[in-house]
Design a protein around this ligand. Sequence first.
Ligand code: ADP
Ligand code: MG
Length: 357
Amino acid sequence: MSTPAAPRPAGAPVIRFEQARKEYPDGTVAVHGLDLDVAEHELLVLVGPSGCGKSTTLRMANRLVELTAGRVLVEGQDIARTDPVALRRRIGYVIQNVGLFPHRTVGQNIATVPALLGWDRQRTRTRTAELLELVGLDPGVYSARYPYQLSGGERQRVGVARALAADPPVLLMDEPFGAVDPEGRRRLQQEFWRIQRELGTTVMLVTHDIDEAVRLGDRIAVFSQGGHLEQLTDAVNLLARPAAGMVADFVGNGRAVRLLGIGELVAVDLEPAGSSSNGPAPAPLLAPASALRLGSRFDDAFAALAASGGQAVPVLAGGGAGAAIAGWLTPDGLLGALRRITAHAADESDEAASAHR
Ligand SMILES: Nc1ncnc2c1ncn2[C@@H]1O[C@H](COP(=O)(O)OP(=O)(O)O)[C@@H](O)[C@H]1O
Ligand SMILES: [Mg+2]
């Protein structure tokens, strides 16, 4: 297949930017001198305002943009010394509006890299069908269609399938869901997240949308103009403790609401199952689909409390017939849970800060 990567120690970053700088010919310094590591199997999101250097950074990693100074290593290799074509076969690339070849069918589009790699027909066909299934499109229906016969969301799915065709270790995505309507976008984000977990592909994804960033990112890198890395942390920490100044402004007013969308209930948030003074009869009255469980998100918990009129609601542990009440959630319990993740985030950011010293 492609050029084998140099052996590297376990846990070494898959992509490493070392003082990476890009000055365009007209004198615009898009990225001043970036140091950033993307870990194996990680989904790292670059987020920041328009023009801050996100796309430039991403495109430095597959040599669509050549560096002016510094280095980028992919799987331990300095990419300045690798053949750009071979490099791009190892790195999937997905952009907004996808750039599917209009005169090729969906199947042929997905088979682009396998064809370059000289795969035989059977292997290519099997792989194409597998990928269409993976992104939720029926191969029997979609393989023979042309891009103009697809909706925006379907095109975006095909773009993801095409980028994954040769199972690249690294996937670069630039505003990949930007052209899709909000509802379709949310669904694509969820599905993509599932696919990424399943395949373990290392992903660097660019967006200007903070909601997309906190939904998808294992870690989130917030950029300001000039490709300056302002903060690098996980979603909860970013929302709970945004760095003062630019990040706080960018993350903005919706912080508390966004935290509701990503925090999850754990046992300590609940009152004990045995406490008798709590609310109406439990599980049998609840439709299982709407019951809260350990791991339910805070926004669902909030909705359940609102529906109960503020009465404690039961929270289940385990699934199906084996489900049992783990405890009761009260409005105070939910507030405590919000404080819990905020405090936890504070600990982690202190650790992260001292690790960098
Ligand atoms: N080919 C180019 N020539 C000159 N300037 C460019 C070029 N591409 C991007 N820029 C500039 O570099 C800066 C960063 O651009 P970009 O990386 O596309 O930002 P983002 O993706 O965050 O919106 C912007 O000021 C942009 O105008
Ligand atoms: Mg961009």
